[in-house]
Ligand binder design. Structure first.
Ligand SMILES: NC(=O)c1ccc[n+]([C@@H]2O[C@H](COP(=O)([O-])OP(=O)(O)OC[C@H]3O[C@@H](n4cnc5c(N)ncnc54)[C@H](O)[C@@H]3O)[C@@H](O)[C@H]2O)c1
Length: 316
């Protein structure tokens, strides 16, 4: 039975992944500092059912705390690190760029250094589609230039990828970096568009589409597909690779709102705002490499995914 350290394991993606790892007989150690970016009670709920499992353990603390990382690697026989802990979200990174760099860049090098000290070389790293910035060539491919990130968050994720490459090159680490494309589904972060819109629609509150002229679009990826991509990687991890994990479908913001209305059974009150600094115009993943090398096969198209998400939300 493999023992995995999941950083950020109380968050949206981390808790969904943990559930699958435990179901597949992995032992999971989580480190999470319950960053106040969103309500702690949501993260407590995310991990509630793991507390009954003998194969799950949590260290509440910060990946910037080197002593804590040493303690975890000393006491737990970790075999693989899945590094998801980060300050997430584009717009808030414009307000707190230094905080984003501390967690996302210094936090990442702390993990890499702790691994090096304990002779551990295998890691999966959460990067982001935001590294593509406003690239014009579509769909976005792993071989495209990512030299023009337009938010501190995007720049911090690219910096993380570079550090991962350096540890691969210097010390033979095996690291796969994943550029996730807007992930949604049960437990989605409350400030992300789908969760935020859905909750506002249910409360009868007005939603603001910061969409400028209505042209923005996103490649939305259902959480189960992301988890499948990560799970498929564990036995294939070798060398250094970057993978897009997206659905490879483009959805306009207005169409997204229509789907939410349909599956929540309630009309949205909509107003428009101008495009926010740091927001990219569109995202669209080329997933051919992930299909070929990870047997990644994203299945949940947006309509089915929104239906599943709304069912979950209404049952909460
Ligand atoms: N959700 C998406 O659409 C998306 C898209 C691209 C990339 N990502 C990346 O995927 C990862 C997971 O994202 P998520 O949506 O689950 O976010 P999330 O905020 O729900 O999860 C991140 C977790 O990391 C923890 N954390 C933050 N700073 C920490 C620190 N200093 N020490 C320890 N723990 C810390 C938080 O408390 C949180 O539980 C992040 O790296 C994010 O940047 C997410």
């Amino acid at each position: 039975m493999k023992k995995v350290l999941v950083t950020g394991g109380a968050g949206f993606i981390g808790s969904n992944l943990t559930e699958r790892l435990l179901n597949n007989n992995y032992k999971v150690v989580c480190i999470d500092n319950f960053d106040p970016f969103y309500d702690r009670t949501i993260k407590e709920k995310n991990i509630e059912k793991f507390k009954n499992s003998n194969n799950w353990k949590i260290y509440e603390g910060d990946i910037l705390n080197k002593e804590l990382l040493q303690k975890i690697f000393r006491e737990e026989k970790i075999e693989l690190v899945i590094h998801l802990a980060a300050k997430a979200g584009v717009r808030p990174s414009l307000i707190n760029p230094i905080g984003y760099y501390e967690t996302n860049v210094f936090g990442t090098i702390n993990i890499l250094e702790a691994m090096r000290n304990f002779g551990l070389k295998d890691m999966l790293f959460a990067s982001s589609s935001s590294v593509y910035g406003n690239n014009k060539k579509l769909p976005f491919s792993e071989t495209d230039s990512v030299d023009n990130p337009i938010s501190p968050y995007a720049a911090s994720k690219k910096a993380g990828e570079l550090l991962c490459y350096t540890y691969h090159s210097l010390y033979n680490f095996n690291i796969f970096c994943y550029r996730f494309f807007t992930v949604y589904g049960p437990k989605q972060r409350p400030e992300m568009a789908i969760a935020k819109f859905a909750n506002s629609i249910l409360k009868g509150e007005t939603i603001t589409l910061y969409d400028g002229n209505g042209s923005t679009s996103r490649d939305y990826t259902y959480i189960e597909d992301i988890v499948n991509g990560l799970m498929n990687s564990i036995t294939r991890l070798k060398g250094y690779e970057i993978f897009n994990l997206g659905e490879s479908q483009v959805v306009k913001l207005s169409d997204l709102v229509n789907l939410l209305e349909k599956y929540l059974g309630k009309k949205a009150k909509v107003e428009f705002g101008s495009r926010q600094a740091g927001d990219v115009e569109r995202t669209f993943a080329d997933v051919e490499k992930s299909k070929r090398m990870l047997d990644y096969n994203p299945k949940i198209k947006i309509e089915e995914g929104i239906e599943l998400y709304c069912k979950w939300l209404l049952s909460e």
